[in-house]
Design a protein around this ligand. Sequence first.
Ligand code: ADP
Ligand code: MG
Length: 270
Amino acid sequence: MSAVGASGGSPLLAVRSLTKLFGSFAACNAIDLDIQPGEIHALLGENGAGKSTLVKMLFGVLAPTSGQILWKGDPVRIPSPGAARRLGIGMVFQHFSLFEALTVAENIALSLSPGISLSKVAEEASRLSHLYGLPLDPKAHVADLSVGERQRIEIVRALLQNPELIILDEPTSVLTPQEADRLFETLAKLKAEGRSVLYISHRLEEVQRICDRATVLRHGKVTGACDPRQETPASLARMMVGSDVASVTAAGTNTKGDVLLEARHLSVPA
Ligand code: ADP
Ligand code: MG
């Protein structure tokens, strides 16, 4: 067993030798991971490392091929997102699932049990959006909203279920730097409340700024677990991509041939 949960204490969520095969291809290969209560835990890795596959198993979207998930020390099966939410796991996906023609409140209501009035949903969503610094107009139509605003709907929707663990899959890839800063304040607040955050990213500076621990994946395997603040961008990058890509040199010769394409004084009227 690897020394993943080195910070001690009993983890909120533990993953043991979790594997997901697509055919004979192992998108996740015997993954071990511990998430402590009240920590922001980064899941780092290049595109295709298996990050989304792993968290989809934790949120009941994909069934593991083998391995174990433990919630507060007990082995659990998570057959659906509903089951994940009932345990106390919320998730904000990389690709949102919102109905453009509906309002913010209507979209949120769709994810709740039927019978809750729309005005009650709007009221609760407004309360949460103020509390966590996620400004939203419940009456706005999703079609009129920016990507950042759409993400806030997904976050508020996850928070309505009062989760103990919130998973965010590459949340900043669609945000402006200002929106990202705002998101980090929200995450700090969630952490201060004792909730755990599993934060997927491949942006090292972000991870060093906001995360307490990091688990690094490469080709479906854990290559390291660390305190990102104790690492350098170079050491983190090495875990992500392997030492084999330490230096980049241009392949082939550098001699230039004849011009293939040339442009002169191009313009386009407005
Ligand atoms: P990441 O989120 O780290 O970029 P993913 O978990 O999305 O990586 O993907 C890991 C690997 O598994 C990739 O090579 C991807 O092509 C493959 N993969 C993901 N989902 C499927 C699927 N449904 N069927 C087959 N291969 C998949
Ligand atoms: Mg992904």
